[in-house]
Ligand binder design. Structure first.
Ligand code: SF4
Ligand code: MG
Length: 335
């Protein structure tokens, strides 16, 4: 059997305005030919500075926006061809946990109503059934069943994010997409939520696509990590390999050349010299070239392809992972 989720050449361009002259409407190149897969029960983290396209990838996976190109397959099935009932079944299997627990929960609904709502979109529940389901879900996320009567405003940030997770769990998903799901929380609460997610993964076999700008969060949570820069994946590697031996110059810069005693202090906010260029008019060739200490003339002209390395990672860099003309036969640095 293949991977749970397979993403092939996913691309999203947003037109900027309508443009009264049809020919030259500028576009935001939010996501460019992104490909990856996620195994059942696996955690893939997507990291990058803000504006690199991470959240657009999340929205594309949820089909909250339509892709400009490429495909998203769940268990080998492309959602694009699905009719009503199959589409509903597909939607049940992918759920999302949002960044901001303060704004993603309806303030007028009780906790119990909030977490059972996704199920009630599919089937009618009696009051008794709803309360039993709410109690079960609250226990799963480490909360007392009596919390079902509270309003979001009566809960702490960590409790609200637990509710967001309980709601995502209510339909027994195979995959949860979490976009900056712990970024708004204190570090100690972050650790509790990450532990909860890990426990749920072990108990229920849920896969995660976990999106974060924070390398400190990712290092102890991911199985594999995809690093994005200006809409493209530049390196995708097993987590430990990425942190101990980054290959792409951007990954290297994010992690820092020297060992970092406290990984939580590594911030992606401004780790690399210079600003992230605009996705409206990204640099030619390798988009990282204006900030890259290793850039060659070639980097200004040619987009580097993702090249597989012997340890299972893929890297897009003319210098660190040069491709040959023969597809699938990379010449590796040092050969
Ligand atoms: Fe730097 Fe060139 Fe590699 Fe891009 S392709 S990361 S500019 S060396
Ligand atoms: Mg974002």
């Amino acid at each position: 059997s293949g991977p749970l989720l397979k993403v092939e050449n996913l691309t999203k361009h947003y037109p900027l305005g309508t443009g009264f002259l049809k020919k030259s409407v500028p576009v935001i190149r939010a996501v460019e030919e992104v490909s990856f897969s996620v195994e059942a029960g696996e955690t893939l983290c997507i990291v990058g500075e803000s504006g690199c396209g991470k959240s657009t990838v999340a929205r594309l996976l949820m089909r909250l926006v339509e892709p400009t190109g490429g495909r998203v397959l769940l268990d080998g099935t492309d959602i694009a061809g699905l009719k009503k009932e199959a589409l509903h079944a597909w939607r049940r299997r992918i759920q999302m946990v949002f960044q901001d627990p303060y704004s993603s929960l309806n303030p007028r609904l009780t906790a119990g109503r909030i977490i059972t709502e996704p199920v009630e979109n599919f089937e009618r529940l009696s009051r008794k059934q709803r309360q039993a389901l709410a109690a079960d879900l609250l226990r799963k996320v480490g909360m007392s069943p009596e919390m079902m009567h509270r309003l979001p405003s009566d809960l702490s940030g960590g409790q609200r994010q637990r509710l967001g997770i309980a709601r995502a769990l209510s339909l027994n998903p195979s995959l949860i997409i979490a976009d900056e799901a712990v970024s708004a929380l204190d570090v100690s609460v972050q650790a509790q939520i990450l532990n909860l997610l890990r426990d749920l993964q072990q108990q229920m076999g849920i896969a995660f696509v976990f999106i974060s700008h924070d390398l400190g969060v990712v290092e102890h949570f991911a199985h594999r990590v995809a690093v994005m820069y200006l809409g493209r994946i530049v390196e995708l590697a097993p987590c430990e390999a990425l942190f101990t031996k980054p290959v792409h110059p951007y990954t290297e810069a994010l992690i820092g050349a020297a060992p970092v005693p406290d990984p939580r202090r590594v911030r992606l906010e401004a780790p690399v010299e210079g600003e992230v260029p605009s996705p409206i008019n990204p640099p030619s060739g390798c988009a990282f070239h204006p900030r890259c200490p290793l850039a060659l003339e070639r980097c200004r002209i040619e987009v580097p392809p993702l090249v597989p390395m012997p340890d299972g990672r893929v890297v897009a860099c003319h210098v660190r992972a040069p491709a040959t003309d023969i597809p699938g036969r990379p010449v590796l640095a040092g050969d």
